[in-house]
Design a protein around this ligand. Structure first.
Ligand code: NAP
Length: 322
């Protein structure tokens, strides 16, 4: 099968190669991949000179998984022993954990009990590779303890995590203020935000309101900038270390002092995640925001674009044409 293989760190090392088609083990489903996505997790794995911490996490001399890719959508090709929830020909979608990956290939094996579900009715495969952003958005909103009626501010709401966070916060019943650049204002409202603030024109920190939770979905603002926006007891959550590692350092400080004020949401398992996404993709209150699409043989161009940090929503890889 064809796969995008990373034999060492750096985008230069990523090449389309012929590799052995995987065989499903007991409890696994073999999926013929139609659509995948390139996300910031993939970029993190491939980063050219990862710091010591990165090497400990991602692999010492090269990415621990040579085939990257978290999100997949496609058709079931074969079943491993004992699989009962799927059959060959089923249209499925889902997300591989960061320790598994492998969706940048014509075939991938997925555990039946992992994040996999049959495709939402009425969607094409490209519209279903939304897992990464939704997963981190959900974990972050859990860290904020979002409840119906809460007022939530989402900073950097135009990326994969941000667009998912706006929609999930609405599903959880929150009142959403989204902060993004001018060109994303209409999108913020279309996704359900009650209020959209253009960070290139207005100081969102001076709006004179307070919130029950604040999510920095893109790692570009700081707790110190935002603290006056937080109600007593409200949490500031980041998806990233933040400028100069501030959000991570404050998170460590909060852990040691027992405070919950600042946190970087850790990727924790979300049982029923794929089924939850399916339900909301079908209901239409959650949708993919697709920026660009690339065929598998142009995946390096997709990485180059995602690495700019300028994408809106997701970047899709068309592994097969539907
Ligand atoms: N916790 C984890 O394990 C984990 C996993 C995945 C990703 N992440 C991190 O989470 C962050 C977001 O990931 P993502 O995939 O959602 O990112 P993304 O899709 O690449 O986000 C890009 C968006 O951010 C906007 N943006 C750029 N600079 C901004 C700024 N200064 N203020 C506000 N918006 C800005 C861009 O629009 P404009 O430039 O037009 O404003 C663009 O729409 C990244 O830092 C990533 O490394 C963490």
């Amino acid at each position: 099968m064809k796969a995008a293989v990373a034999t060492r760190y750096g985008l230069d090392a990523l090449a389309l190669r012929d590799v052995a088609k995987p065989m499903p083990k007991a409890g696994e489903v073999l999926v013929a991949v139609h659509a995948a996505a390139v996300g910031r997790t993939d970029c993190g794995f491939l980063a050219p000179h990862p710091a010591l911490l990165g090497r400990l996490i991602f692999g010492w001399t090269r990415p621990g998984r040579p085939i990257l890719g978290m999100d997949f959508a496609g058709t079931v090709e074969a079943l491993g022993k004992g699989v009962s929830g799927f059959k060959p020909g089923d249209r499925v979608f889902g997300m591989l954990g960061w320790r598994a990956l492998g969706a940048h290939a014509e075939y991938v094996c997925v555990r039946e009990d992992a994040y996999i579900a049959t495709m939402p009715q009425g969607l094409v495969f490209a519209e279903a590779v939304v897992g990464e952003g939704a997963f981190y958005a959900w974990n972050s909103l859990k860290a904020l303890n979002v409840k119906a009626g809460d007022k939530i501010l989402i900073y950097g709401a135009s990326g994969a995590i941000g667009t998912a966070a706006v929609q999930l916060a609405k599903i959880f019943g929150a009142h959403v203020t989204a902060v993004a650049a001018t060109k994303h204002m209409a999108l913020m409202r279309a996704l359900g935000a009650e209020r959209a603030i253009d960070y290139t024109r207005d100081r969102f920190t001076r709006i004179g309101e307070t919130f029950d939770g604040l999510l920095d979905a893109v790692g570009k603002t700081t707790y110190l900038r935002c603290r006056r926006l937080l109600k007593p007891g409200a949490v500031f959550a980041g998806t990233d270390m933040g400028p100069w590692g501030q959000t991570l350092l404050l998170t460590l400080w909060c852990w040691t002092t027992g405070s919950k004020r600042v946190t970087v949401a850790m990727p924790r398992p979300l049982p029923g995640f794929a089924q939850f996404l399916k339900q909301h993709l079908e209901a239409g209150d959650f949708r993919a925001v697709i920026d660009r699409r690339y065929p598998l043989d142009k995946i390096r161009e997709a990485y180059e674009y995602v690495q700019t940090g300028q994408k809106t929503g997701i970047v899709v890889i068309d592994v097969r044409t539907e």
